[in-house]
Design a protein around this ligand. Structure first.
Ligand SMILES: [Zn+2]
Length: 342
């Protein structure tokens, strides 16, 4: 029988200090050329080992080969000029200097497929691979070509689908699309955002997931969270549409957030990756705290559909903190597993 409550992370893990400066987003690489390629692969193996030692069931590459979850993917595409930058408001929240779309976007070669094959060769455990979602991609760019968010998202969805099909062929079991933008642009999400996501998963046989969160524990995000009031009901906007969609799994933020847990009722029947680890805090959760979050979720998610997870990526944390948090996740899931099987 397959293990119930399989654990996983939202995606990213801290990088070793010899590869990039730790506890920092967009941290520049410390290596170059062949040494960088080798260093990224070594780091990927370390991230795998950390997850395995902590008892994580569905493992990932820890996003060790990418500088950032959105920009690294876009860097590999045609049609985007990284020299030509404009300041835009990302996620309607903070100003950032972003690259410009100057022509038709396309993918001339696979982006992460070799990395996925490399990970596949090193483990027989189920693998989850994260890609940026179409709507989050367009939110990190200045578009001077399509002049339409919807059109650009649609083009990215087609490109993501090409990549996803090859990741599936490389042996990836779950392909996850990160769409934090779904928590911000409700009208666009309902009009075309979910449709673009479904275009990205077209024809896939493997499982698919969408990760919607309130972001990494960086200041712009924690400041934004302070403005959201005592009840965070953003998921209420996306859940009805996602419930009807072909996406198999919904990954969301729960522990220490102000998301009313009963919103999960809106996606009853879907598989849910429940964030039981707060990535915006260095405090290590106790196994009992993790268990408490999972028990709350079990009121709305059947046990065979519940996947204990982290709220978001752990890239900005120290390795020691990330390691301890993963161990807590495993221990917390174990407590609830024992209760269920009684
Ligand atoms: Zn996230």
């Amino acid at each position: 029988m397959e293990k119930i409550l399989p654990t996983s992370t939202a995606g990213s893990m801290p990088k070793p200090s010899w590869l990039a400066e730790p506890e920092k987003l967009w941290s520049p690489w410390k290596l170059e050329g062949d040494a960088l390629i080798e260093g990224k692969q070594d780091a990927l193996l370390l991230a795998l080992k950390e997850q395995q030692q902590a008892g994580i069931d569905i493992v990932s590459d820890g996003e060790q080969t990418r500088q950032h979850f959105v920009t690294t993917f876009i860097e590999h595409l045609n049609g985007v000029d990284f020299e030509k930058r404009e300041v835009v408001k990302i996620r309607d929240r903070y100003d950032a200097s972003v690259p410009t779309v100057v022509g038709a976007v396309s993918r001339s070669k696979p982006v992460f497929v070799e990395d996925a094959k490399f990970l596949r060769r090193h483990t027989t455990q189920p693998i989850k691979w994260a890609l940026p979602g179409p709507m989050t991609m367009i939110d990190t760019l200045y578009d001077n070509h399509y002049k339409s968010r919807e059109k650009l998202a649609w083009e990215f969805a087609k490109i993501l689908n090409q990549e996803a099909r090859e990741l599936e062929a490389a042996g990836v079991d779950i392909i996850q699309f990160d769409e934090p933008a779904f928590n911000v642009f409700f009208d666009d999400m309902n009009d075309w955002g979910v449709a673009a996501l479904e275009r990205a998963i077209e024809g896939l046989q493997c499982e698919t997931a969408v990760h919607i969160c309130y972001g990494y524990g960086i200041k712009a995000n924690t400041d934004w969270k302070k403005t959201l009031g005592s009840e965070w009901r953003q998921y209420e906007e996306s859940f009805p549409k996602l419930k009807k969609s072909n996406i198999d799994i919904i990954s969301l933020e729960c522990h220490n957030s102000h998301v009313p847990i009963d919103l999960l009722e809106l996606i009853r029947g879907k598989k849910v990756m429940v964030g039981a680890i707060d990535v915006a805090s260095k405090t290590i959760e106790t196994p009992e705290e993790v268990a408490a979050t999972l028990r709350k979720a079990l009121q709305f998610v059947d046990a065979d559909k519940l996947y204990p997870c982290t709220n978001c990526g752990m890239a900005p944390l120290s390795r020691a903190v990330a390691r301890a948090k993963l161990q807590a996740l495993t221990a917390g899931a174990e407590i609830v597993r024992a209760e269920i099987s009684i």
